[in-house]
Design a protein. Sequence first.
Length: 122
Amino acid sequence: MPPWMKLVAITLDCPDPLALAAFYEQATGLERHPDSNPDFAGLSGEDGLLLGFQRVDGYRAPSWPGQTVPQQLHICFRVDGDLDEIEARLLESGAHRPDHQPHGDKARVLTDPVGHPFCILR
């Protein structure tokens, strides 16, 4: 049976869509959607998936691993290369590394510049 739905977009809340899109654009190499603006920015993948960023007034960053402000979304990225090197590049670009690292050497949990957790894994 064919799928009933195809995933075409994932959208993250944030205080500054263009700034968060720039972080993920640099990290992933995805291309900025031409209609990006201060209220909604997007990055387009080759497979048609759009990673979107929408402005939310009063945005509150998730508190991972705690749930005072739930994470609501967790993205994982498979990477080629050395995890330490890739982590260092992401940290230089504005990511943060929480103390809690539940995956050992297999993956790293980072947070983007506005607090959304994401993993990089081999």
